[in-house]
Write a protein that binds this ligand. Structure first.
Ligand SMILES: [Zn+2]
Length: 431
């Protein structure tokens, strides 16, 4: 399918500038032309469909760098407790009863919310990757699927089996070697994860330094900080993305810098679980790459990158008593392009540029919370909400437009299946 979008505003985040009257041509899954309306005359393009954006914003879709979408099933199940209690006494209890079918529909519920709020790629780390991959393929969504969420023994062989059994023929799906954390996976398991990443050239992912309890236990057990522990295990020999990093010591910044390690900052989850404020401003000042994630909807309780951008900038301002830091254009980069390096998607998504994959969103500038239009980039971070998203396109395919999902997405069925699943799971787990 060939789609031509005219009269769009594209955000130039490098120069905090707006490019108006832009035309974007999409040929199959790629951007074939990006330029001013007038320049299109020199580019022959017979579109199957022309969409007039009427001055609306055309932005790269958001990249959710840390998600557990199937945990949408547990939204609101246990609020207002600290991480350890939330995880061990609640999530681990009910998760034992999950079936592949629960995870398939739970993931799709998360994807409905993601697509509606402008996310076009997510790193999803959860059990049953086969169900997660199928859920994404069936909804034509871009996924970086974490491997190894519930593998504990003989991890190398099991990870290899898991990787080889999953589909490798879709440009929507890629993989990342994953260990849940240093407190749930032992040293041998972490080493196996590194070997897996090495042999299959995968990036790596883990929750790290999320709470003070985790850091304290690590120092007591290994006489090393979590960052030092992972460095010694070889975890940073490959492209690595750490989720949270709330309590990473300044003395360890050099280790992260030397290995180009990135951080997936999840402010809403960190605040709700009382984990603390990740020092992302000082990390970025030191040169560390930081991107944004929502974490799972059981600890957030929504999938909304607008909320994460808003909280991320405000948290640093209030924590450091400093207003002229973390400007809106930086937050938009954190929510898009910054995630492409750690996920090995660089030069593929995250930009509206010829040759890139056509992952884009349309933001209505006619909505009340965008009036008056003093500053579009500011509005995107400080005023926008998911309901300002009026179109989401992934890989050249429109998944959501003007309040409705594409006809291959059955919203009612997904919601009904999820409600059935959670009733059964609550009964079985006595929660
Ligand atoms: Zn997480």
């Amino acid at each position: 399918m060939k789609i031509k979008i005219i009269n769009a505003k594209i955000l130039d985040l490098e120069n905090a500038n707006i490019l108006s009257n832009m035309t974007v041509c999409i040929d199959g899954s790629n951007f074939a032309f990006v330029g001013e309306n007038d320049n299109l005359f020199s580019f022959a393009f017979n579109a199957d469909r022309v969409i007039d954006f009427e001055g609306d914003i055309l932005s790269a879709g958001f990249i959710n760098a840390h998600a557990h979408n199937a945990m949408s099933l547990f939204r609101g199940l246990k609020d207002d407790v600290p991480l350890q209690e939330w995880l061990y006494d609640n999530m681990f209890v009910i998760e034992k009863f999950l079936t592949p079918n629960d995870i398939y529909y739970g993931t799709q519920l998360g994807l409905l919310e993601s697509i509606k709020s402008g996310i076009t790629t997510q790193l999803d780390a959860y059990f049953e990757p086969e169900s997660i991959v199928k859920a994404n393929l069936d909804m034509k969504m871009r996924l970086v699927c974490a491997l190894g969420a519930n593998i504990y023994d003989d991890r190398y062989s099991a990870l290899k089996r898991e990787f080889e059994s999953l589909p490798h023929d879709s440009e929507l799906i890629s993989y990342i070697a994953y260990a849940h954390s240093i407190y749930t996976v032992d040293t041998k398991g972490l080493e196996d994860t590194v070997l897996m990443a090495r042999d299959f050239k995968l990036p790596m992912h883990i929750h790290l330094a999320e709470t003070l309890t985790e850091v304290g236990e690590c120092v007591q057990k290994f006489n090393k900080t979590p960052v030092q522990l992972l460095e010694d295990i070889g975890f940073f020999e490959h492209r690595c993305l750490l989720a949270h990093g709330v309590h990473i010591d300044k003395d360890d910044y050099d280790i992260l810098l030397n290995h180009n390690v990135s951080i997936a900052h999840c402010p809403a989850s960190n605040m709700k679980l009382g984990s603390g404020i990740a020092p992302i401003y000082s990390m970025m000042q030191a040169g560390i790459n930081v991107c944004l994630g929502t974490d799972g909807p059981a600890s957030n309780n929504s999938i909304d990158m607008f909320k994460e951008m808003y909280l991320a900038t405000l948290l640093q301002k209030v924590n450091l008593y400093e207003t002229n830091i973390m400007p809106a254009e930086l937050m938009l980069k954190m929510a898009t392009i910054n995630a492409t390096y750690p996920l090995m998607l660089n030069n593929k998504v995250g930009k509206i540029e010829t040759g890139y994959k056509a992952d884009l969103i349309r933001i209505s500038i006619k909505d009340i919370n965008f009036q008056p239009n003093n500053n579009y980039i500011s509005n995107m971070v400080y005023s926008a909400r998911p309901d300002n998203v009026v179109m989401t396109m992934v890989n050249g395919e429109i998944l959501y437009e003007n309040g409705g999902f594409a006809n291959f997405i059955d919203v009612e069925k997904i919601i009904a299946e999820c409600n059935n699943s959670i009733s059964r799971l609550k009964k079985m787990s006595k929660m």
